[in-house]
Design a protein. Structure first.
Lengths: 261, 281
């Protein structure tokens, strides 16, 4: 459904160009959920943005449903892959009601039955009719993230791109959103590509997990292998160790030393 | 002096709102010795406000009431801003979440650390500088001379948080309050920053309050944990026994966490019981 073949993504041009992602190759089958983990600056969000068509890529090839895509996309290509961002406080227009926010993609894509679509998608993400004419500031963080998911879902995409969809949320709300995402994936046969720094969150939704560091894909492993500590890279081991909680004995004093960049 | 560094009894913090008063913290009681105490809770549970109240950082229109709020032998109730300014840094210090926002952007990080030393211990510039360099070394920065001259935008998040810790500990406080000290950092850097804080707090025999929303982190780092909900402490337990917590809220939160190696089709969602708030309304 999604393939990235030897993709390199750079920011800037000429001598100031920064290679954010280098020679990245990954395939995601239809209906599969794949996660990317890595530290900040590792390029995981950049990959997602390139798949969404928000940024161009320099070399290589990205295909969606077998067709090569670039930054310039047809309406149909845009409709196919929709994205949900990390911060529902920042990604919703503060001066638009939920109704207006959801009506926008319907209008842009010239879909019919806008009314019915909005009503239906609100039900699907677990929002009541009373939320439809509210502004984002009148909603809780979890409700806002539901609106962001509804906005992606209203176009009936086949691919959902998730950039840290729960890291701005409390644990109890995170569980609700994760449950919602698994249900939507099942009901709609969605293909998911998700980015998070939280291994447990990624492993909950995704079968396969790619580990990124400094713009490169270090390894592709599975949630099960992660749980059984069957990973090859040192960096992945370190991620697992940190994920298990704090253990003073796991860090030697020598490891604590840092020098200024 | 006894080993109780901080005693808090029936602390309440109230903010006036449009629809009546909002009680952000309700009758919170605890004591802190030379230990690592964790405060966990979701957003709005009052965990940060509790920390700010102890630091004297709840300004008007917020109101603080307490039967007891005592730092060593100093009564913090009704202490003036001037009185607090003396305590902050010297007796009790606070590390906040994001070093980007808590460091002064137009002053080199070394100068900021030295300033704390100068203002509390009335030291000379030269002495303050040399102690600041020692502190940078104590937080495991290998080339302190070079980092001393850097500005906050020139250091990474992990380095910035080390600088914050150095600044907070330079005047030798008894208590360090760390409010989500590692939430803005990458997981691998988190462990390092926590280890540095841990080592320093232990070797100096300080008390530490770690405020966080992260149950794993708090239970693995601290000795004792307070669980807060809607401004109250719902339960207190030994950190190692958090998994056997009794309160349905704590149990619900733990169950709602996705776990590596225990994949469930559906995560149990937390059902909030109004009774959790009723008794302390």
């Amino acid at each position: 459904m999604i393939t990235l073949d030897d993709v390199t993504i750079t920011y800037g041009t000429g001598s100031r160009a920064l290679v954010a992602v280098r020679d990245f190759t990954l395939g995601v089958a239809e209906g599969e959920a794949v996660g990317l983990v890595g530290e900040s600056g590792s390029g995981k969000s950049t990959v997602l943005r390139a798949v969404a068509g928000l940024i161009p890529y320099a070399t290589g090839e990205i295909t969606l449903a077998g067709r090569r895509v670039d930054r310039r996309r047809t309406t149909a290509e845009r409709k196919m892959a929709q994205m949900v961002f990390q911060d529902p406080y920042g990604s919703l227009h503060p001066n638009q009601t939920v109704d207006q926010i959801l009506a926008m993609p319907v209008a842009i894509h010239r879909l019919d039955r806008g009314e019915a679509r909005i009503a239906q998608v609100l039900v699907e993400v677990g929002l009541g009719r009373e939320h439809r004419y509210r502004y984002p500031h009148q909603l809780s963080g979890g409700q806002r993230q539901r609106v962001a998911i509804a906005r992606a879902l209203i176009l009936e995409p086949r691919i959902l791109l998730l950039d840290e969809p729960t890291s701005a949320l409390d644990v109890s709300v995170q569980a609700e959103i994760l449950n919602l995402l698994s249900r939507l994936r099942r009901d709609h046969g969605l293909t998911l590509l998700m980015v998070s720094h939280d291994l447990a969150v990624i492993a909950h939704l995704c079968e396969r997990i790619g580990v990124m560091s400094r713009g490169q894909l270090l390894e592709i492993t599975t949630a099960t292998a992660m749980a059984n500590n069957q990973v090859t890279h040192d960096y992945t081991h370190e991620l697992l160790r940190s994920n298990a909680g704090y253990d003073r004995s796991s860090v030697s004093s020598g490891e604590l030393d840092v020098a200024a960049g | 002096m006894t080993d109780t560094l901080l005693a808090v009894r029936n602390l309440s913090v109230t903010y006036p709102g449009d629809d009546g008063d909002v009680r952000a913290v309700r009758n919170v009681s605890f004591t802190l010795g030379r230990e690592r105490l964790g405060i966990v809770g979701e957003s709005g549970s009052g965990k940060s406000t509790t920390g700010r109240a102890i630091m004297g950082l709840v300004g008007p229109p917020g109101r603080i009431e307490a039967d007891e709020l005592r730092l060593g032998d100093t009564d913090l109730r009704g202490l003036s801003e001037r009185g607090f300014r003396k305590l902050r840094g010297q007796r009790i210090a606070m590390v906040l979440q994001d070093p980007k926002y808590s460091l002064d952007p137009v002053m080199s990080v070394g100068q900021q650390i030295a300033e704390t030393h100068r203002s509390h211990l009335r030291s000379t510039n030269r002495d303050a500088r040399s102690v600041a360099l020692e502190m940078l070394q104590a937080v495991h920065i290998r080339d302190p001379e070079r980092v001393y001259a850097l500005y906050p935008h020139q250091v990474s998040g992990g380095m910035g948080q080390r600088v914050m810790i150095a600044m907070m500990l330079i005047a030798g406080p008894d208590i360090l309050i760390a409010d989500e000290p590692t939430s803005a950092l990458d997981v691998t850097v988190q462990t390092q920053v926590l280890a540095i804080m841990d080592d320093l707090v232990r070797s100096r025999g300080m008390g530490l309050i770690l405020i966080s929303h992260n149950l794993h982190l708090v239970s693995s780092f601290c000795d004792r944990v307070l669980v807060m909900y809607a401004g109250q402490v719902l339960e207190t337990c030994a950190a190692g026994n958090l998994a056997e917590a009794k309160h349905p809220y704590t149990r619900g939160l733990l169950a709602a966490l996705p776990q590596l190696g225990n994949r469930r089709a559906e995560l149990p969602q937390l059902q909030r019981d109004p009774a959790w708030m009723a008794d302390l309304a």
